[in-house]
Design a protein around this ligand. Structure first.
Ligand SMILES: [Fe+2]
Ligand SMILES: [Fe+2]
Length: 265
């Protein structure tokens, strides 16, 4: 990798509903104080009522101190956000979605003379996307060559195999390849041999007392009866799930630390 400055990034897993936003608001100041990340990146695909994101909830995440927001398969859930996805450079939806669809798949944010690139990808195993995330990320990296000092890829996917494979595909080419979407943190955070920080899933920032952030009675009712049940966001036992990635001066990750923090709201 090319010469680049040291960098520290806090990446927060899928923020689910109002309770997730409140957990982030409650915990982020202390996390900033303690870890002093230059950049905070937040996956916001569940920020609005548990599914999707709106302009208002996106602005709330940015106002809380997110330098960039990544999304996923729920990016287009709320039609009203489409214009905002086009206008706001700090929010990204999967790069391998149709070129003409709202928003963009990568962005570059700058702080302390460090340019951090952020790329969002959607998996294609048990999930819909337009193009392979593997060839797509190659194209994005080629486009960003020379324009960033470090790159973080949010690989939003259902299948662990696809995310592990993406980690190997990107090893030595980006600072971090971080999995999102399942809302369950995995125990495999590590720096790959080429210097890329990797985790299969960061987890979620939301209510652990539910089922992936949904009220557990409602999720259970669907499993038990196979009927349509309206899902609401659980607010029981909120936690913040995140990772902290650090890089030295040559652009290689030196550490990735999982942060699983209960929120007392
Ligand atoms: Fe999610
Ligand atoms: Fe998702």
């Amino acid at each position: 990798m090319a010469e680049s400055p040291a960098v520290k990034v806090l990446f927060v897993g899928d923020v689910v509903g109002g309770v997730g936003r409140r957990a982030l608001a409650a915990l982020l100041p202390a996390l900033r104080e303690r870890h002093r990340p230059q950049f905070v990146v937040v996956n916001g695909e569940n920020a609005a009522g548990g599914v999707g994101i709106t302009e208002r909830t996106a602005r709330e995440l940015l106002d809380l101190g997110a330098d960039a927001i990544t999304l996923g398969n729920h990016a287009y859930r709320h039609r009203e956000v489409y214009g905002f996805l086009d206008r706001e450079p700090r929010i990204v939806r999967p790069a391998n979605y149709p070129k003409g669809s709202p928003g963009h798949g990568h962005t570059v944010v700058e702080r302390d003379a460090v340019r951090l690139g952020i790329v969002n990808l959607a998996g294609m195993v048990f999930m819909t996307a337009m193009r392979s995330p593997f060839s797509e990320v190659d194209a994005v990296l080629a486009e960003l060559r020379g324009k960033t000092d470090a790159l973080v890829v949010d690989m939003h996917g259902e299948a662990t195999s696809e995310k592990v494979a993406m980690g190997w595909h990107l090893d030595g080419r980006v600072l971090a390849c971080l999995g999102t979407h399942t809302h369950v943190p995995t125990a495999d955070a590590r720096v790959l041999p080429g210097g890329t920080a990797y985790i299969t899933d960061v987890g979620m920032t939301g209510a652990r007392g539910g089922v992936l952030g949904v009220k557990r009675e409602q999720a259970l009712q669907r499993f038990l009866t196979l009927t349509q049940v309206r899902f609401e966001t659980s607010d029981e036992d909120p936690w913040l799930n995140a990772v902290l990635v650090e890089a030295d001066g040559d652009g290689r990750a030196t550490s990735i630390e999982t942060l699983l923090v209960p929120a007392r709201l």
